[in-house]
Design a protein around this ligand. Structure first.
Ligand SMILES: Cc1ncc(COP(=O)(O)O)c(C=O)c1O
Length: 382
């Protein structure tokens, strides 16, 4: 029974003692495990001072856990301080002056891809955005039509942070590759919520972070890099933790690592790595398949409830078109978020939508509480 997942894990997250927390698209709920990991870091500082060996080991533990989550190998995982840091490092490795300068991206992007792509205009790039259709889905044929012999990268988000629409990444990868163009995926809103197999997806680069459905905290992002691209990309935005031998401390040359680590930078975010190890460990214990099987049921319960209240969903329906988040159209998103907060239900908003984002720790009662609160504030539904 899918809903047993919440019963099994919910008491590890103290917030459920007082609140129906349905905002994992912003920040995952804090578990006992993650809190103790932060304490463990601080206790070590009190007891033993600087713990470089343990710290560097912690970074490698997190690399292994992220590799497991995406069914890939640790040498294809760069640990960064944000998704933006990975994207910037990748962009710094691209030369836009040799005939190919076009980045094909979409209207569904978070600023991480949108703004960093446009920053490359200063270095010769041309950016083309394919807008989403009226139903918030991307028309893959329009993406295909935009990829030409000047295209150097396709950069696309998996699940849109504003409306929850999910794009068929495999279809985009296949068509971009058929024209020899690599694909960068922003998976921040799908990572940890649904199972993703990096090898099967076939993307060249995939960025995300551990803050949301990956149950951890700010400060740790990652970029998965398909092996075949590593040696072709030489980042100029770099740091000593990206060196082939970190402890060579050679200031006379630049010798980047021969695996995904070459996209890293300086001193890692150590306290966040302690938390990430605990959060990712818990996520793997739950299992991505179990988490998604569970959340899918709640997503459908929410969708049916909203429709029966006369509301409209911004998130497309049906398998393959959404992940955990359900975005609902409202007339005043801030008023609706504040109104349900009065009933101790936590959600968030973007544009003219409220975003409701369950995870494996939520149960049907959370959804009923949310729907009852929205029913009281029905006048705010668009
Ligand atoms: C889809 C998506 N990409 C990127 C980010 C932010 O990434 P970072 O701040 O790690 O660069 C977010 C955060 O909300 C997001 O939802």
């Amino acid at each position: 029974m899918a809903l047993d997942t919440a019963a099994k894990y919910r008491d590890r997250f103290p917030i459920f003692g007082s609140v129906a927390y349905l905002n994992s698209c912003s920040q995952g709920a804090l578990s006992h495990e993650v809190r103790s990991a932060f304490n463990h870091y601080l206790d070590g500082m009190d007891e033993r001072g600087s713990l470089w060996e343990e710290w560097v080991g912690r970074q490698e533990d997190v690399r292994v856990l992220i590799a497991k989550i995406f069914s890939t190998t640790p040498d294809q995982v760069a640990i960064t301080t944000s998704a933006s840091a990975g994207v910037s490092s990748l962009m710094s490795a691209i030369d836009f002056t040799k005939g190919k300068n076009k980045i094909v991206t979409t209207g569904l992007e978070f600023p991480t891809i949108g703004q960093i792509s446009h920053a490359q205009e200063l270095r010769g790039a041309e950016i083309v955005h394919i807008p989403a259709e009226a139903d918030n889905q991307l028309d893959i044929a329009k993406v295909a039509a935009a990829i030409d012999d000047k295209t150097i990268l396709v950069a696309v988000t998996h699940v849109c942070y504003r409306n929850g629409s999910m794009t068929d990444i495999k279809a985009i990868v296949d068509l971009a590759h058929s024209r020899g163009v690599p694909v960068l995926v922003d998976a921040y809103q799908s990572a940890g919520a649904i199972p993703i197999n990096f090898e099967e997806l076939g993307a060249d680069f995939l960025v995300g972070g551990v803050l949301k459905y990956m149950l951890s905290c700010p400060g740790v992002g990652f970029m998965l890099v398909n092996k075949k691209n590593v040696m072709k990309a030489i980042p100029t935005m770099t740091g000593w933790f990206a060196a082939r031998d970190i402890f060579a401390m050679d200031i006379m040359k630049y010798d980047p690592a021969i695996d995904a680590r070459r996209f890293e930078s300086g001193t890692p975010p150590i306290p966040s790595l302690y938390a990430a190890k605990a959060g990712l460990g818990l996520l793997l214990e739950v299992g991505l398949d179990n988490a998604w099987a569970h959340t899918k049921v709640l997503h459908n319960q929410m969708r049916e409830g909203i429709i029966s209240l006369g509301g409209k969903c911004a998130t497309p329906a049906g398998a393959g078109f959404h992940a955990a988040m359900l975005a609902v159209k409202v007339t005043d998103e801030h008023a609706m978020v504040a109104a349900v907060a009065q009933d101790k239900v936590v959600i968030s908003s973007r544009d003219s939508n409220i975003r409701i984002s369950p995870h494996f720790y939520n149960n049907s009662e959370d959804i009923e509480r949310l729907l009852a609160s929205i029913a009281k504030n029905k006048h705010l539904l668009a």
